[in-house]
Design a protein around this ligand. Sequence first.
Ligand code: S3P
Length: 468
Amino acid sequence: MDPGCDLRYQRRGLERENFMSGHGTAIPMTARKSGPLKGRAEVPGDKSISHRSLILGAMAVGETNITGLLEGQDVLDTAAAMRAFGAEVTQHGPGDWSVWGVGVGGFREPEQVIDCGNSGTGVRLIMGCMATSPITATFTGDASLRKRPMGRVTDPLALFGARAYGRQGGRLPMTIIGAKDPMPVTYTVPMPSAQVKSAVLLAGLNAPGQTVVIEKEPTRDHSERMLRGFGADLTVEDGPEGRIITLTGQPELKPQTVAVPRDPSSAAFPVCAALIVEGSDILVPGVSQNPTRNGLYTTLVEMGADIEFQNPREEGGEPVADLRVRFSALKGIEVPEERAASMIDEYPVLSVVAACAEGTTVMRGVKELRVKESDRIDAMARGLEACGVRIEEDEDTLIVHGMGPGGVPGGATAKTHIDHRIAMSFLVLGLASQRPVSVDDGSPIATSFPVFEGLMAGLGARIERANK
Ligand code: S3P
C-alpha cells in the first residue's frame, strides 16, 4: 500500500498514553498548484451510515454483516465502544465487518471510559442508545470533542429518565446514568441536528410505548431508513410543525446485511478540487445522492459546475450515482438558507470553491458550523483571509468574495483546529492557488478519510507532508 495512503490519526496514540492530554503529533501538510486532475476517485464509505450500522448491529439480535464500512478513526472508535457495551465486532477484511448484537436493552455496563476520539456523531448516538438501559457509562474524547456541547443530547435524554454529570457547559468527560424505568418521550428538536434526532430515536428503542421526534427542518434521514431496515416500527409524516417521526419502543431488531454507499461529504473534496483545477476531468463512482445529503451538489450545479450524474441507481437502500466532474468557470451565488442542513458538512469546501469563483457567494443560516469539530466559520474565514480572500461573517453567515479561476494568492498556513474538513478544504485550495497553501496539522483527516493523500495523489494532486 502506498505509505501516503496510510494517514493515521497520530494524535490518538499519544492521547491514549497521556490520557486526555490533548498533545498529539501534528502532521503539517502543503498543497501546491497542480496540473489537471484526471482519473477515478473511489472515496470511502459513508461515515453517518457506518456509525449507524455498528450501533444498530449491536442492538439487533444475531449477526449483522457490513461491507464498505468506513475505517476512519471515528468509526473505529464506535466499533470499540460497541464491544465495550457487549457486542462482538469483527473485521474480516477491508471494509468487511460483522457485529453480533445483544438486542435492544441488552447492553452491559462498560468497565472502562468510552473514548469517542474526535466523533460528535459517535458520542451522541452512543449516549442515546445506552440512556434507557439501567447501566452507567462515562464518555470522553479528544481536545476538539471535549469542547463540544452535549446538553443538546442530554436534555432530551433526561426526559426518558437518564441523568448526566459532565463538565461545565455540558462538556465531556461526562457520565450518563441510564434510566431504570424509561418513559417514552415527545420531543421537538430545537436545532437542525441529525445527531440529536438520532440520539432520541435510539433512546426510544428501549422505552415502552411511542417516542415521537419532531424536526422543524429535515436533516439526514439515515437513522429513520436504517431503523426501518432493522425491523423497527417507525413512521414519518409531515405536520404543521415539521417532520413527525414516531417510533414504537422495545422492538426486536433483526440483523441485516448493510452495503455502505460512498460518502458524499468525502466525495466533495475530489469533486471540488476537479472543479477549480484547470483542465481536470475525473470520475467519482457510487456516491450517495440521498436528498437529505446532496445540497452541495445542487449548489455547485447552480454555480455553473460541469457535473454529470451518471448511472443513477439504488445501492444499500440509498440512491447513488457516478459523478463525472470537469473543471468549470464558476460564479458566486446566494445559497438558499433552507438547504443548509443538507450540506452542513460541505460549507468549508464550498467556501474554497467560492473563493475560486467569479463574484460573491453568500451562505446564511449556518450558525451550526460554529459547534462542529471546530468553529468552522471562524476557521475558514481566518484561513481564507490569510490566503488573500476577502470575507465577511457574522454569527450565522459567511460571505466569500470570489477571485476567479487562478485568482487566489495563497501562500499561507491555515490552522485546522483538530478538524478534518478544515484540513482537507485548505489542501484543496492549495491545488488551485498561486502560491502553496499549508495546514498546521493534517492528522485529523484520518478520522473520516484515511486514504485522502493516496487518492488525491492518484488524481495528480501535489499534496505533501511538510516533514517528509
Ligand atoms: C451527522 C450529523 C451532522 C453532521 C455530522 C454527522 C450524523 O451533525 O455534521 O458530521 O451522522 O448524524 P449535527 O447533527 O450536529 O448537525
